[in-house]
Write a protein that binds this ligand. Structure first.
Ligand SMILES: [Zn+2]
Length: 310
């Protein structure tokens, strides 16, 4: 049996159907009442900062014993930072009366101990607004509310710009290929930079393009494949130049021109093949999880963050 929120609504309170929560105030203290279906209870929520009360310890002691005052009050507690909760067992038709009784008791004690509402985020006690952030009821000050709204707004407008994304991806794979060439120069297997090329490409697309889409992932993978070939080619050209360039007095451009001839030799082909196999292999192996998660992420609808100000 689910809790009958509408029937339990204390006088003067409003039932917010979309968030399934009741909100209102008792003698100036603003409260939320949220259902705890699993335990067949209601949770009366009071956002406050007990540090601001001169009678913090007295109030906490009283909270601990509050359940002794009425059998429908299961327990009352403070979360140590910003929320006092009173749990009221649902008894069907008596809920409205029980909630009202529990609320009155809580508010009376608040008055006696100088406990008042505070912003749930920064704990200031300026002007406060009732709001629901991702359906969670909160009490927020002006500053925190506009901050939350601004953050959610930005998250929504983060749109993809494919052209900038491609430019970013090109920059990314070029940076990755520098690593490939660099590693090749120090005589190491350049292929281990294959991962860096894919990674930098996707990062570049994401940074400049605003968002990595499926289109972006495909572009990055294609660019990376081409770049790995290109990087290996450049790496070879530089190696040739360094080894024989000075001795024979040929230029860097000449060194590149002899590459096709060099590729006739099986020894060279074996070396290049080793680099490329390792390069593509590592790129695929190391990027697989990355690409898979990015692919799934873009497949999902962007998380629907909501801020409702009551
Ligand atoms: Zn605040």
């Amino acid at each position: 049996m689910s809790l009958q929120m509408e029937n339990a609504l204390p006088d003067g309170f409003t039932f917010e159907k979309a968030q399934n929560v009741m909100r209102g105030a008792d003698r100036g203290i603003r409260l939320w009442i949220a259902p705890v279906e699993a335990e067949n209870q209601y949770q009366i929520q009071l956002y406050t900062d007990l540090e601001k009360s001169s009678d913090k310890n007295g109030f906490l002691e009283w909270l601990k014993t509050m359940h002794q005052d009425a059998d429908f009050i299961r327990r009352a507690e403070y979360n140590g930072s910003n929320l006092v909760s009173v749990y009221v067992e649902s008894e069907g038709d008596a809920d409205k009366e029980n909630l009202t009784t529990a609320m009155h008791a809580l508010v009376s004690r608040c008055e006696a101990s100088g406990v008042h509402n505070c912003c749930a985020h920064c704990k200031s006690d300026g002007s406060l607004h009732a709001a629901a952030v991702d359906n969670a009821p909160l009490l927020l000050c002006d500053g925190c509310l506009s901050q939350v709204m601004g953050r959610m707004g930005k998250a929504r407008v983060r749109k993809e710009n494919p052209l900038l994304g491609i430019i970013g991806a090109i920059f990314g794979v070029l940076i990755g290929s520098l690593l490939w060439i660099g590693i090749g120069q120090i005589g190491f297997i350049a292929g281990i930079a294959g991962f860096a090329i894919v990674f930098c490409g996707m990062k570049g697309y994401d940074l400049l393009g605003g968002r990595l889409s499926k289109f972006g992932i495909v572009i990055c993978v294609l660019l990376s494949c081409l770049t790995i070939l290109g990087a290996e080619f450049v790496s070879m050209g530089i190696a040739v130049y360094q080894e024989v360039g000075k001795a024979y007095g040929i230029t860097l451009a000449d060194s590149f021109r002899v590459i096709p001839d060099l590729l006739q030799e099986s020894e060279v082909v074996a070396g290049v093949a080793k680099d490329l196999v390792i390069g593509y292999g590592l790129a695929i192996w190391a990027s697989y999880a990355n690409i898979k998660s990015a692919w799934h992420q873009v497949g999902e609808k962007p998380a629907q963050h909501t801020v409702v100000r009551f």
